[in-house]
Design a protein around this ligand. Sequence first.
Ligand SMILES: Cc1cc2nc3c(=O)[nH]c(=O)nc-3n(C[C@H](O)[C@H](O)[C@H](O)COP(=O)(O)O)c2cc1C
Length: 169
Amino acid sequence: MSKIGLFYASSTGNTESVAKTIKEKITQVDVDFHDVSSCSKDAMIEYDFIIMGISTWGDGDLQDDWEDYFSNVSKIDFSTKTVALFGLGDQEEYPDTYLDAMGTLYTELMNNSATVVGSWPTDGYEHDESTAIIDGEFVGLALDEDNQDDLTDTRIDSWIEQISPYFIK
Ligand SMILES: Cc1cc2nc3c(=O)[nH]c(=O)nc-3n(C[C@H](O)[C@H](O)[C@H](O)COP(=O)(O)O)c2cc1C
């Protein structure tokens, strides 16, 4: 049975909390937890299936630890890897850059030949723009702990159901 590498970073704890929930809810496969602020630069290499969680900071920027780790992601060949993304942001305060960091990470992964799964519908979100929307869908699970934390649990359940066929072989 293959295991999953779950990579995340978090400035105020929101993404970490969601990452823990996702790990708890995936019961069929072992999930290894990696905070990118402290994991090795090669840590992603050993996984065929990877989940990455990222929040957006500044004005559409990568969260700081992801910013520091990004050059490591850029050096990895993802052509044999399947990746699912989840992003956290604040659609009310930052309606023009909601989840942009997830969009930046997605673009880098696609440039490095990853197969990215787990796109998510835009229904139920109120914002203006996001680079994380491609062909009318978010490129990964879209979460907003600042305004819609009551929806997070059911969104996670539905998303895990959606991505499960890719990691339960
Ligand atoms: C100074 C500041 C800038 C932010 N910039 C953005 C942004 O550009 N886009 C966005 O979607 N969210 C933005 N956010 C919201 C955070 O992404 C959100 O609070 C997230 O849940 C933080 O997760 P973390 O604590 O795991 O890093 C910002 C928050 C702060 C405080």
